[in-house]
Design a protein around this ligand. Structure first.
Ligand SMILES: *Cc1c(COP(=O)(O)O)cnc(C)c1O
Ligand code: SF4
Length: 462
């Protein structure tokens, strides 16, 4: 949009009409007892939360408590499941081990040892992210806080953006929120990023991720973003910002302290010729169903940024075609483009959240059948596995054998993309690693090449 057009259109609508910023009030594990709404639960339920949140990250804010959760419907309410720890999120033996220590008032050191051991059994770093995706500079040094897995897109993890306004119980990045430095992916240096991008002209998309980059002060975000407007970054067409702030803290875009600056920054990036894509994480239509959320969406869209929606399919939260159909419909109505339906990764509380691949595909298909073409832009169900993003296209029978039809949406080698391949049907499979090639074949068509890539990267790491 031109500056002239903008001057006649209310491109920056007045913020929510509130004089003082709405204060951000947040609770963590230590504050569980202080959350008034929890007083309606039984002491047993509150104890369970305490145990589970000793292992898995917990953080929730007042907006989520007051506006998103339907407390009459607790514990089944999907927004409650999205943010509050549940007993089933830990395996019974892990739960019992930690519960015993909490009950007996174990010392800090003993507790930390036990908690650390449980966390390490929860596959804290799925899909080899550290070893295989971290790029290197020309001297072979690892560039912390970046991932460059697919040719066109660089992921950047700004250090100030490695937390979220609330935590999702199923978060696949949970490990970095529990304070284990080894497990943390973060960069503090804008210059490292900028230097890398100047050299890598094959990159068209820069994706800021976290945590949630929208927890950063606008001025930090500006330091990363604005330099991209210089001519040496013309190859960077798209700036994507992954965020769940439109759900967890829509005030960030309305009346937070530096919200107006953020809106102006997004506008400047758009005016400077970049496609700005807010990659909004949504799991349920309830997240779109508050006045504040809708106002934030309107305000972001008025900058010229596009909001695209993505999120995983999660048992207890959205494993229902009707929920997805309404989510996609409501998104389209609000001008949001549905982009991805993910399969929950094999980490953390996966046993509680996972959905069999065959069921995931049925939910995707049944939801697609209920919506118009404009809501059928979501790809999936997609697994972010180490070789690439693998989509379950369907289940069929070929030559008498029941198979999953798969394709790469993204691959470490772009040549793998869009080639159908087949896995033996398995009604219990929940993740790519559970699958085997169909038709008695010994390996996947891409397997040797992948092994070579992997070996090369691990060799560099050694
Ligand atoms: C999903 C993903 C991307 C982006 O892929 P698109 O299909 O372009 O959205 C980039 N890097 C990594 C590591 C990813 O997982
Ligand atoms: S918003 Fe994203 S990074 Fe933050 S807790 Fe949820 S899933 Fe994890």
């Amino acid at each position: 949009m031109s500056a002239q057009l903008r001057s006649v259109m209310p491109a920056v609508p007045p913020s929510a009409g509130v004089a003082a910023p709405t204060p951000f009030k947040v609770y963590t594990q230590r504050d569980l007892e202080r959350i008034e709404a929890l007083s309606r639960l039984t002491p047993e339920q509150r104890f369970e939360m305490k145990v589970v949140s000793s292992v898995l990250p917990f953080r929730v804010n007042q907006y989520v408590i007051d506006e998103l959760i339907d407390w009459k419907n607790v514990p089944d309410d999907p927004m409650f499941q999205l943010t509050f720890p549940q007993r089933g999120m830990l395996a019974p033996e892990h739960y019992d081990r930690i519960a015993e220590l909490v009950r007996s008032g174990a010392g800090k050191e003993e507790m930390e040892r036990a908690v650390g051991a449980v966390r390490h059994e929860l596959n804290p770093h799925p899909a080899d992210q550290m070893a295989l995706n971290m790029p290197r500079d020309e001297h072979g040094n690892r560039l912390e806080g970046m991932q460059h897995k697919y040719r066109e897109t660089v992921l950047f993890f700004p250090s100030q953006g490695q937390t979220c306004h609330s935590y999702c119980t199923f978060c696949f990045r949970w490990a970095q929120f529990v304070g284990d430095k080894e497990l943390r992916i973060a960069a503090s240096e804008a210059e490292t990023l900028h230097a890398y991008l100047r050299q890598h002209t094959e990159v068209t998309d820069l994706l800021f991720t976290g945590g949630d980059p929208m927890v950063m002060k606008t001025r930090h975000l500006r330091d990363y973003l604005e330099p991209m407007l210089a001519p040496e970054y013309d190859h960077i067409q798209t700036i994507r910002i992954g965020t769940k702030a439109l759900t967890f803290w829509p005030h960030r875009f309305l009346d937070a302290e530096d919200a107006d600056d953020l809106i102006r920054l997004l506008e400047r990036m758009v005016d400077g010729g970049k496609h700005v894509a807010i990659m909004a994480h949504y799991n349920h239509w309830k997240e779109l169903d508050t006045d504040v959320a809708r106002a934030a969406i309107r305000r972001v869209r008025a900058t010229g940024a596009v909001i695209r929606a993505q999120g995983p399919l999660i048992a207890h939260i959205n494993d229902d075609p009707a929920v997805w159909a309404r989510l996609w419909r409501d998104e389209v109505k609000l001008g949001i483009v549905p982009y991805y339906m993910f399969v929950e990764r094999d980490t953390g509380a996966r046993n509680y959240f996972e959905v069999p691949l065959v069921r995931a595909w049925e939910i995707y298909r049944e939801a697609m059948q209920q919506v118009s073409g404009l809501a059928r832009t979501a790809r999936g169900p997609s697994m972010s596995a180490s070789p690439g993003k693998v989509e379950v296209q369907g289940v069929t029978e070929i030559g008498g054998e029941k198979v999953f039809v798969l394709r790469f949406i993204q691959g470490r080698n772009p040549e793998w993309v869009q080639r159908p391949f087949f896995a033996k049907f398995d009604p219990e499979a929940t993740w790519f690693d559970d699958l085997e090639p169909a038709f008695g074949e010994e390996k996947w068509f891409w397997e040797d090449e992948y092994a070579a890539i992997r070996e090369e990267k691990l060799g560099q790491a050694a």
